[in-house]
Design a protein around this ligand. Sequence first.
Ligand SMILES: NC(=O)c1ccc[n+]([C@@H]2O[C@H](COP(=O)([O-])OP(=O)(O)OC[C@H]3O[C@@H](n4cnc5c(N)ncnc54)[C@H](O)[C@@H]3O)[C@@H](O)[C@H]2O)c1
Length: 262
Amino acid sequence: MSAFDLAGRRVLVTGGAQGLGEGMARALGAAGAAVMIADVAKDLGEQTAAGMGARFVALDVTDDAAWEGAVAQTVDELGGLDVVVNNAGLEVTQLLVDTDPDDVRRLLEVNLIGTMLGIKHAFRAMRPGGAAGAGGVVVNVSSVAANIAFPSIGAYSATKAGVDRLTRVAAMESGKLGYGVRVTCVHPGLVPTAMGQKLAVETAGLGLFASPEEAVGAVVELTPSGRLGEVADIADAVVFLASDAARFVNGAGLQVDGGMGM
Ligand SMILES: NC(=O)c1ccc[n+]([C@@H]2O[C@H](COP(=O)([O-])OP(=O)(O)OC[C@H]3O[C@@H](n4cnc5c(N)ncnc54)[C@H](O)[C@@H]3O)[C@@H](O)[C@H]2O)c1
């Protein structure tokens, strides 16, 4: 059996109804894991899960009680829980001069508090004595935006820098308290999912670039690999971090961005 193999692992992916999370769920399943997709988009999530032989649970990651229910359902239906991928996220394109505190609060809620609650409930389930109780892995989804300065994504970048820092503290707490859970994060580069395409359109709309195509061109220009990311680029990195091949990778952020954020 390869160290990258996930046969027998039980995985929960938040925000897995579409985009990067869908790709992660698919790749984790292809590596042998049993997958639970958790998303606030119920119809789409059910459809996506059915299309890949995964299960689905409705979850708003900002809801503490809903997390408890989703993890309990996952442990029950999959027979345990070994990996949680905290992928659900939002992006708001806004110049700092136009800061709307309600938009920022929503970003903080989903990107930061949602990730914290994911860590909380993963730890509670996976640590010794928990409902799953066999240790495991948490993979958080940060962004290249945590490592670079791109105009109009100040609040988003701050939340993703927060996810990066949370990852390190979570790994330390897990280690110190003997939870047996590795915690890492990925920093994806720009991928043209619904979110990625929206960003290109909105930065052009703000007059920062002449067109969405020019915004994409500026990102590619800053990327040594000379292209945008693809969903599979990010999903394969998550499979690696979730697997035993990454058994001594802990508290780390892996940049999967073609070099843009180096
Ligand atoms: N696309 C990119 O270029 C890019 C780059 C770096 C990081 N990221 C990060 O990757 C993650 C996925 O991004 P994407 O491009 O696939 O986005 P997306 O908008 O295409 O998909 C996001 C998914 O998260 C779900 N979601 C949103 N709020 C939720 C909530 N409160 N509870 C549960 N689910 C919720 C949505 O329903 C959707 O299915 C996000 O955290 C994003 O910040 C994306």
